[in-house]
Design a protein around this ligand. Structure first.
Ligand code: UTP
Length: 300
């Protein structure tokens, strides 16, 4: 029997983005731009490419602009039309989610990622769903990360957790999976550890912000207490669901940029820029020039 289809994706966008203050004082972190579009647009595009039909956003105060971004801007469209900007108009049209295909709910207090996901329970209902952390941007050579995970889900069913190799010296900053031995890129998960103590990570595979989850996760989240950092953690809920359901780790073939950190955000702009033929050549020259200048300053 083939597994139940994944139609809906959840995007938790209610965090405070404190690492990006003051940029995030009045503007959501998810609206910071990587190359030519907000981070959240990149992630919604990834979900659309994977066949997602309904986009559920868990928002908070100061996040209204995200809702506006996924709506028509009638005055802007009129002006573009008057000025004959057909290409720009077509691009906006292409990026617009279909009518009725977005839902927005509020997480009234940023109590953690697990709590944000739980806030989407009524909008998702009793069906498996995708969960995408919008500040984790994935650049892949071919099909996007979620599309790759959907293919794995089609074969395996159960719950799929996207993973990527991490420098073992950095593993204590992430959720790490313990996997059954095998060649990969799909492995049964034996355990998950949130931010293991240095040197105690069970593998070098970190959970990079893409999940396919069964709806029973919501029942577990309903009774969930705060975990590490005083927040309600999705990893704790997944660990509990693992006692009754299959969980697989899947290593996609791309590279993830953590746009919640300054270095990851800048690296994402460079990475996506270098992959864009329209800007790659000039960008390479700029980077080379900046590096040469920085080296020169370092020598004097
Ligand atoms: P982060 O852990 O990066 O937290 O959340 P944050 O608040 O956005 O940023 P910092 O750490 O203060 O700088 C990962 C994703 O989960 C969402 C965030 O919006 C982000 O997209 N999130 C986090 C919520 O929706 N609600 C929460 O309570 C926590």
């Amino acid at each position: 029997m083939s597994p139940r289809p994944i139609r809906k994706a959840v995007f938790p966008v209610a965090g405070l983005g404190t690492r990006f203050l003051p940029a995030t004082k009045a503007m959501p972190k998810e609206m910071l731009t990587v190359l030519d579009r907000p981070i959240i647009q990149h992630v919604v595009d990834e979900a659309r490419e994977a066949g997602i039909e309904h986009f559920v956003f868990v928002t908070g105060r100061n996040k209204g602009v995200i809702e506006d971004h996924f709506d028509r801007q009638v005055e802007l469209e009129m002006t573009l039309r008057e000025r004959g900007k057909a290409a720009e108009l077509a691009m906006l049209e292409e990026l617009l989610p279909g009518p009725g295909s977005t839902s927005f709910t509020r997480q009234q207090a940023a109590l953690g990622l697990g709590h944000a996901v739980w806030c989407a329970r009524d909008l998702v209902g009793d069906e498996p769903f995708a969960l995408l952390l919008p500040d984790m941007l994935v650049k892949t050579p071919g099909p996007g990360c979620l599309a790759q995970m959907m293919a794995v889900y089609g074969e395996k069913g159960g719950n799929i957790v996207g993973v990527e190799r991490v420098d073992p010296a950095e593993a204590h900053k992430f959720g790490i999976v313990d996997i059954a031995p095998g060649p990969g890129p799909v492995w049964p998960i034996r355990a998950m550890v949130e931010k293991p103590a240095p040197g105690e990570a069970p593998s070098d595979l970190y959970i990079m912000g893409r999940y396919i989850l069964q709806p029973e996760i919501f029942d577990i989240l309903s009774g969930q207490e705060a975990g590490a950092g005083g927040e309600i953690q999705i990893t704790d809920a997944m660990r509990q669901l693992m006692t009754s359901q299959e969980f697989y780790a899947f290593a996609h073939d791309g590279r993830t940029f953590d746009c919640g950190s300054k270095v990851g955000f800048v690296a994402a702009n460079i990475g996506f820029g270098l992959a864009d033929d329209a800007v790659a050549g000039d960008l390479r020259r700029e980077i080379a020039g900046l590096l040469a200048e920085a080296d020169e300053v370092g020598r004097t």
